[in-house]
Every structure is written in C-alpha cells, then in structure tokens.
Design a protein around this ligand. Structure first.
Ligand code: RIB
Length: 279
C-alpha cells in the first residue's frame, strides 16, 4: 500500500453560526463562535489517515501556540508531521467560516504561514517524504502556486501519482494539470477551469449531494437526512480518494469510499472529526 503525502495548508478555523449569510455592507450577529482545526491540507491529511493510509503532511504553521497545538493534534490522528515546519514571524493560517442554518458555508482565509511554504519544504518531498511509485501526492491551492506546481512535477518525476484539488480555484500551468490523475474540482471550480480553456485528461467533478463524475464514471451521492456543516466535505472526499487510490482501489471503489466519507463529514460540525477514532 502506497502512502499519501499531502502538500497543503493548515488553518485554525473560526466558525460563526449564522441564520443566513450577510449581504455587502450588512452587519449580522452570529449565534455562536467555535475555534476548530482546518485548512484544506490538514483536513485532507486527517481524512487520508483515518482511511488507513500512511500519511505525511508537508506544510507550515506559525511558531505559535496554535501551530504547536495543531501539529500535536495531527500526530494524534496518525499523520506524520516530521516534514512540517514552524516558521518565525508569521502566524498559523486562519480561516473565518460562516455556516448558515442549512449547513452551507462561506470561507475567507488569511494564509499566514501557509504562504511561507517554499523551496525548503519541496526538499522535504524529496527527503523525509521520499515519494515514489505507488505513493500519492495530494495538493490543494492554499499554498503558493509555484510550490504546488513544482511539487507536482517532482512527485510525478519520481513515479508517484498526483491528485490535484483546485481549491480555492487558481490557474495552474497546463503541464501541471496534465500530471494529475485526477484533477478534483467542484462545479464552481469546474466552470472557472473551463473558462480558462483548460481540459485536463483526468477530471473529477464533485456535484455536492448529487455525487460526482470522473470521465465516464458517475457515482451518486449518499442521502443525508440532516446536513449540519458542509465545510469539510470536499476535503474528506479528496483525502479518502487519495488513500484508496494509494491502496490500489480502482476508480469506482475509490470514489465510492470518498463519497461515503464526505456524507459522514457533513453530519458533524467542523471540517475534521472532533477526535481520533479509538484504535
Ligand atoms: O475546505 C475547507 C477548509 O477551507 C477550511 O477548513 C478552511 O480552513 C479553508 O482552508
């Protein structure tokens, strides 16, 4: 079974519960504020580890209490953080997330230490993470884009599979998109990709409650009676997808496992499970 190496972001998530999202110029009172663990990289790493993959996180936190607490938590979830760094002078990334009564969210991210990920961390992909055939590099776009692009190129050159989640959407060079199997986008990101004239050969589009489409493969969504919070759904999908592909699953089996994981995630508050599963 291959490993999953997540090249990705780590954020503290500040969740605000709102009846509805504010309009421009409007002030609303929130029903509650919770501080949780998030960041697309951290969320995906936790999901991959929970799905049984040996999981390594390459990324950065600030040299602060939040960053130290987060790295300890990732370790408790079984994620190898020996290739993650604490950087001086920049705080751990922070996201402000409004979740409305229907579980829908809006997110604004202050990248902080995530934007300090660079050459030193790419060296970790070659050294500590030592990607090779059978392994999966899983990356999203909350890190500097040139770092993601170079990480994908290095992983592919070493024979690893590259899974690229274009979230939040940004244009990547066509040669990088062509390395990914698959590129994962939601419908909104798919429209932006199309508008950029990019048509990756392996494109997996998630369709929310309607499931997903990966080329000819269509996998329906799981019925969920009560959606609490959709914040982490896409991330648990990507993390479990990467874990199952690293385990050798075919496309259908991997997407079905990812779909089931996303359905579980929308039924709890926050992007990550509150605590590791007992072993
Ligand atoms: O995908 C959800 C994540 O996006 C949140 O945890 C937040 O930190 C942002 O990175």
């Amino acid at each position: 079974m291959g490993r999953v190496v997540v090249l990705g972001s780590v954020n503290v998530d500040l969740h605000l519960q709102v009846e509805r999202h504010p309009r421009g110029g409007e002030t609303l009172l929130a029903g509650g504020l919770e501080r949780r663990f998030g960041g697309k990289g951290g969320n995906q790493a936790v999901a991959a580890a929970a799905a049984g993959a040996g999981t390594v996180l390459v990324g950065a936190v600030g040299d602060d209490d939040a960053g130290r607490e987060y790295l300890r938590r990732l370790e408790a979830f079984g994620v190898d953080v020996s290739a993650a760094r604490a950087v001086d002078g920049t705080p751990t990334g922070t996201a402000v997330i409004c979740v409305d009564a229907g579980g829908e969210n809006t997110i604004v991210v202050a990248p902080g230490a995530n934007h300090r990920v660079g050459a030193e961390d790419l060296a970790a992909l070659d050294a500590a993470a030592a990607l090779g055939p059978g392994d999966v590099l899983l990356a999203q776009l909350e890190l500097p884009l040139e770092v993601v692009a170079e990480g994908a190129r290095r992983a592919a050159a070493r024979g690893a599979r590259v899974v690229l989640n274009l979230a939040p959407y940004a244009a990547l060079p066509a040669d990088v998109l062509e390395l990914a199997d698959p590129v994962v986008v939601n419908e909104h990101e798919a429209a932006l990709l199309e508008a950029d004239g990019q048509h990756p050969w392996s494109l997996l589009v998630t369709l929310g409650a309607d499931g997903s489409r990966w080329g000819d493969l269509v996998v329906p969504g799981r019925r969920v009676e009560h959606v609490v919070d959709t914040t982490g759904a896409g991330d648990s999908f990507c993390g479990v997808l990467a874990a199952r592909l690293a385990a050798g699953d075919d496309r259908r089996a991997a997407v079905e496992a990812a779909t089931a994981a996303a359905a579980v995630t929308v039924q709890h508050e926050g992007a990550q499970p509150p605590r590791p599963r007992p072993s």
